[in-house]
Design a protein around this ligand. Structure first.
Ligand code: ANZ
Ligand code: ZN
Length: 832
């Protein structure tokens, strides 16, 4: 028998697939299309087993769909702009472009080593001008549609380096490079108006039933749509000024016993001027500003607050109520001011109890105490009480009626607010797509004309600390105005890399297109993506931004669909000793290492077998060894049994009909095991990508084959049964272990590739159990269990049941009223 020399085998088949261009696809195929996409990687350093896992998932789905007769697009590319390249430039004096391209070459080799089948003609590299030219074009499209705009926003600023820092470059409040305390600075920045699409981004989530529910919920929460009302509270200082609050519960207006404004609210600064509270207020505001949003809003967070010295009127009750400021109210949400309703809002409740503010119950739920001895806020619906003319209304109705009354009085408006903010895309750094606008003294902001794209990144720039390398490049900055020809300056901000990844899936459909970002016919044919695979860490931003881009392109008439990704598989991470594998943490297992030691097929099968794809799993060497043994056993059993197998093709030796042999015939049993394995593997993959249980089923089958070989002498083996069992095993392992199975398929006498074979179908009559257990009840009580032939008729079942010893005993002396039987399940005998 030949040795399982995986190194030789894997090399041989890589070359074969490569020369036959097996994974190249085009649009002329008669097969139905299938677009299988895995999120493109950021090319830092080299790939680790986390990459191996997710890209294997994509490859298995691709090979599986090909075997089902689909024309499968499976492309790969590089999310190649971004901060780490720039950091590498600073730390190692290597140019970001050189560093990135070298990494790409390295990772590409690793991918080839794993036998991942890509159509490399479609490779997309986000940092190259032929791609970012169209990223810039899309920015201009947004600008033209009023979706890109500029305004002041705070950035992290290191005064020593005189540079803007990304959030990741601020480590415990100081600059990562020089450890100076980081400050906030206001700069003009570019935003994309994603909030204009907030409603559609929520509403269309219902189209995505091929997405995991938890991802849809995360998106919904991120957008955070809240229907409610603005309510105005006139200040009680005779100034006619009003404080506008946002509430989702206008039905609780009569229970508002105070107001709270955010520490950053302009009213606080005003109150601090010339009041006895000034000093204390200023100190409080400084303290609150230093906290992060999470620290301020977490439910665990201690509520801190201060009375501002101001009062206002509750227009509904006519009461004069105090105005406070507190850490738990955010300036960026709603209006930055809240009406405090302690009886019905938990945060208000805790705040009121702490500072002795009155608590008034205005919604009476069933079984809820209406006195002031509440232990916590009552959040549910109920009947409005202590609410003037609205007394007795159900609270749901109260929401609309109170809001309508407020509108009528000119004291409020019905509105909806969102948690979603516009997308800040400006980055004050070098390694990104330059934002294609210029500033002219005469004409103002002027977009670069499309035919002058791309605005190319200059190669020779200065990476030493200081302003952004682009801002210091005179050659880049100095330009002429496209409108008036006068002197102008280029924008030096580059785009967030999430912009690059918001449309790459479209570029794959037509990578050579150089008149527009993609060819409409190609997008029509391939899109939407049938199966998207990627890490759960992208569940919110990347997916939201891509959905937003798609909707804008739809509105522009460039695509004919509103959602880019029909089905989503969110895979879990691979950890090492409980920590996510990552280059920067230095805890990496390299796929090369595993491929050299055990083979690519082992690396692939291990990542699939270790856990269901959605779950994270911890890397173990013993797990890898187990899988390696399994593949060796597959190899050996095929070689050991192949001489007992009949010839290739449908020819069957006379008299060799194992499928119809007696129930206990070992040849028939082998065949049944093979068909059951096939059914289990197919349905596990189809229903929930259950690759791990699919592989277990193949493992059982291998055990079955060894048992068969042990008990049945060669002369009694059915050549037909052996061939079918071996072929079904090899075919159903083909997507998982593509090299091993390719070799075994040939060893079984085939001349073509196993990957060009059709996925087999199972024989249901073989799969079905021969015997089933049936319970027998007397008056609904279980009295006996018996084994009968599967499919026994209901009438016959009744007869058999009545003939059983125990049943006879338990019905003796009674009258049988009726016998109800359910085939293959149970019999119930009703007696009196
Ligand atoms: C009065 C009230 C009574 C409220 C009640 C709730 C329950 P969601 O659903 O998340 O949108 N709120 C408004 N602006 C806020 C801000 N800037 N910072 C912190 N909290 C703010 O939450 C809306 C509710 O959160 C609003 O409705 C408001 O409190 C509070 F029984 O108004 B509510
Ligand atoms: Zn000009």
């Amino acid at each position: 028998m030949q040795r399982y020399d995986f190194r030789e085998i894997e090399k041989k088949w890589h070359k074969d697939w490569e020369t036959r261009r097996v994974f190249d696809v085009d649009m002329v195929s008669r097969r139905p299309k299938y677009y299988c996409l895995v999120m493109f990687p950021y090319p830092s350093g080299e790939a680790h087993m986390g990459h191996c896992r997710v890209y294997t998932l994509g490859d298995v789905i691709t090979r599986y769909r090909r075997m089902h007769g689909f024309n499968v697009l499976h492309p790969m590319g590089w999310d190649a702009f971004g901060l780490p390249a720039e950091n590498a430039a600073i730390q190692r004096r290597q140019h970001p472009r050189d560093w990135t391209l070298a990494n790409i070459a390295r990772i590409k080799k690793q991918f080839d080593l794993l036998g991942l089948g890509y159509d490399w003609r479609r490779e997309v590299t986000a940092c190259l001008p032929d791609y970012y030219r169209w990223t810039q074009w899309l920015f201009l499209l947004m600008y033209r549609r009023g979706l890109a705009y500029r305004r002041k926003a705070p950035v992290n600023w290191c005064p020593t380096c005189a540079t803007v820092l990304a959030n990741e470059q601020v480590v415990a409040g100081v600059c990562w490079r020089c450890e100076t305390k980081v400050e906030k600075k206001e700069l003009e920045q570019w935003f994309l108006r994603i909030t204009q699409y907030a409603d559609r981004l929520v509403d269309d989530l219902k189209l995505l039933d091929g997405w995991p529910e938890r991802v849809r919920i995360m998106q919904e929460n991120w957008i955070g749509r809240s229907p409610g009302a603005y309510v105005d509270f006139p200040l009680a200082d005779g100034s006619r000024e009003r404080i506008k609050v946002f509430t989702t519960r206008s039905d609780t207006l009569y229970g508002a016993t105070y107001l709270v404004v955010a520490p950053e609210h302009p009213l606080v600064a005003k109150a601090a001027v010339g009041s006895g509270y000034g000093e204390e207020l200023r100190r409080f505001v400084a303290w609150a500003r230093s906290l992060s949003e999470i620290d301020r809003t977490g439910s665990e967070q201690e509520k801190e607050g201060l009375f501002t010295g101001l009062y206002c009127f509750n227009a509904a009750t006519g009461e004069k109520i105090p105005v406070w400021t507190a850490n738990y109210v955010l300036m960026e949400y709603g209006t930055g001011a809240v009406m405090g309703v302690p009886a019905h809002d938990q945060r208000d409740f805790e705040f009121a109890r702490k500072f002795g503010l009155p608590v008034r119950v205005v919604i009476q739920g069933t079984g809820v105490p209406n006195a002031a001895n509440l232990q916590e806020a009552y959040l549910g619906p109920g009947t409005m009480i202590q609410s003037g003319p609205f007394e007795g209304l159900p609270s749901e109705e109260g929401k609309t009626q109170v809001a309508a009354w407020l509108e009528g009085e000119g004291l409020g408006q019905v509105t909806t607010v969102y948690r979603l903010r516009d997308w800040l895309i400006s980055r004050q750094r070098y390694w990104g797509a330059p934002i294609p606008v210029v500033y002219c003294g005469k004409c103002g902001i002027v977009p670069v004309p499309e035919d002058r794209l791309p605005v190319e990144l200059p190669y020779n720039v200065d990476f030493t600390p200081g302003a952004s390398p682009l801002a210091r490049s005179e050659e880049f900055v100095k330009t002429t105005c496209p409108t008036c020809g006068g002197p102008a300056r280029r924008e030096t901000d580059t785009m967030d890399t999430f912009v690059d990844s918001s449309w790459y899936y479209l570029r794959y459909t037509s990578p050579g297109e150089d008149g527009r970002p993609f060819t409409p016919a190609a997008v029509d044919y391939w899109m939407p993506v049938d199966q998207y695979v990627g890490g759960i860490e992208h569940a919110v931003l990347h997916l939201l931004y891509s959905r937003f881009f798609t909707k804008v392109l739809y509105d522009e008439g460039l695509v004919g669909f509103v959602e880019p990704f029909t089905n989503l598989l969110a895979n879990g991470m691979v950890t090492l000793n409980g920590k996510a594998m990552s280059k920067s943490k230095g805890n990496i297992v390299s796929p090369d290492e595993i491929a050299v030691k055990y083979g690519a097929d082992t690396a692939r099968v291990f990542t699939l077998f270790a856990a269901p794809p959605e779950k994270e799993f911890d890397w173990t060497d013993t797990g890898v060894q187990g899988v390696s043994r399994f593949l060796k056993r597959v190899w050996s059993i095929v070689f050991e049994l192949k001489d007992s197998a009949g010839g290739v093709g449908p020819s069957q030796a006379a008299g060799d009909d194992p499928a119809h042999a007696a129930g206990d015939d070992p040849n028939r049993a082998l065949l049944r095991s093979a068909h059951r394995m096939l059914k289990k593997i197919t349905t596990d993959i189809d229903h929930h990508f259950g690759f791990n249980t699919a592989i277990s089923a193949a493992m059982e089958m291998v055990n079955e084959l060894y048992r068969y070989q042990g008990v049945l002498p060669e002369v009694q083996r059915s050549p037909g049964a052996v061939r079918q069992a071996l072929e079904l095993l090899v075919l159903s392992l083909a997507p998982f272990a593509p090299h091993l199975t390719e070799e075994l398929w040939r060893a079984l006498g085939h001349t073509g590739s196993v990957h060009d074979e059709k996925w087999p179908s199972w024989d249901e009559s073989l799969v079905r159990a021969d015997e089933v257990e049936v319970g027998i009840q007397v008056n609904g009580k279980l009295r006996d269990r018996i084994m009968v032939a599967a499919g026994t008729s209901e009438a016959a079942l009744g007869e058999i049941a009545l003939g059983q010893e125990r049943i006879r005993a338990s019905v003796e002396g009674k009258t049988i009223v009726k016998v109800v039987a359910v085939a293959d399940r149970l019999v119930n005998i009703v007696v009196k």
